[in-house]
Design a binder for this molecule. Structure first.
Ligand code: FE2
Length: 301
């Protein structure tokens, strides 16, 4: 696999204070010092940051940071994209360092989702301490890096976009989903494709066959116990955060969690207990009922 995990997100914010309250008091992320003006950096684990919030004229995802395990894999991803005629922009050493990478380049997928792809991550060197006493976010499987979670990105041109991740970046299918909102035999359904990167996560990238003005449908952070999910739900309710979905369990990755709205307009899935497939003994699934139970949606505004 060229890419192996979701390293971080870069998010634009009109109101940094709203993100400060949300990230710290609701999600339980750890703020870490930034030497850049109007930039908030939030940790979820041993890394220097997992969420980078920048002052911006719009509330939206600015980039998904994908990680390659080795320099060789990163060079392969870069070569694959260049060979396919995809425009790539190499980051300077300073830009890569600011993203916690040794090397990094930028590109855009066929649906217009901005990506930053790097290798050689920097660790913080100090313990992760959550301001809300979250025991820790699940980002490692033993010594194996799982990335901080997954990102579900808008892709109205879903087939072309899936091919980009599979053909150039080494992703593979774990589940195709078709959601039938209209009902009836003529309903073509809406596609969602879930792609793994060979690591422990059932999916690192999800693609949804509809647009989203925030640039992302949702991102997932994982905690170690069901109690941590429930306690986070209590914090979200106390803070007046919009709960986009009640507690539920997904059919495909078996993750138990709820969804809540971020100040950027996309959701965070706060989950626990997702499966870690053995890809040598796994048959990709086709799902038409997305939940085993729960997940009553309130899309709000
Ligand atoms: Fe998810």
């Amino acid at each position: 696999m060229a890419v192996h995990s979701l390293a971080y997100l870069v998010v634009g914010a009109r109101d940094l204070d709203a993100w400060t309250r949300y990230a710290e008091s609701v999600v339980g992320m750890m703020r870490t010092e930034s030497n850049e003006k109007d930039v908030l950096l939030y940790r979820l684990d041993h890394r220097t940051f997992r969420f980078r919030i920048e002052a911006h004229d719009a509330d939206k995802l600015l980039a998904s940071g994908l990680e390659c395990a080795t320099r060789a894999n990163w060079e392969k991803a870069l070569a694959n994209l260049e060979k396919a005629g995809v425009a790539v922009e190499k980051a300077s050493a300073a830009e890569a360092k600011a993203r916690g990478f040794h090397d990094m380049f930028r590109c855009v997928d066929p649906a217009g989702n901005p990506l930053e792809i790097g290798w050689g991550h920097i660790v913080a060197g100090t313990p992760f301490v959550s301001p809300e006493a979250v025991d820790g976010f699940v980002t490692m499987d033993g010594d194996l890096d799982m990335g901080f979670g997954h990102a579900v990105l808008p892709a109205p041109n879903i087939d072309e976009t899936r091919a980009f991740y599979v053909d150039h970046l080494g992703f593979a299918n774990s589940d195709e989903m078709r959601v039938y909102l209209q009902g009836g035999p003529e309903d073509p359904g809406i596609g969602m494709h879930f792609l793994h990167a060979g690591g422990p996560r059932h999916h690192v990238i999800g693609l949804a066959q509809f647009p989203n003005p925030s640039g992302m449908v949702h991102t997932m952070v994982e905690v170690a116990t069901l109690d941590e999910v429930g306690i986070a739900l209590d914090r979200a309710l106390a803070a007046g955060t919009h709960i986009s979905s009640t507690l539920g369990k997904h059919t495909n990755d078996k993750m138990v969690g709820f969804y809540m709205r971020t100040p950027a307009g996309f959701d965070i899935e706060y989950g626990y207990g997702g499966i870690r497939p053995d890809w040598n003994n796994f048959t990709p699934t086709f799902t038409i009922k997305e939940d085993l139970w729960g997940h009553k949606w309130d899309f709000g505004q």
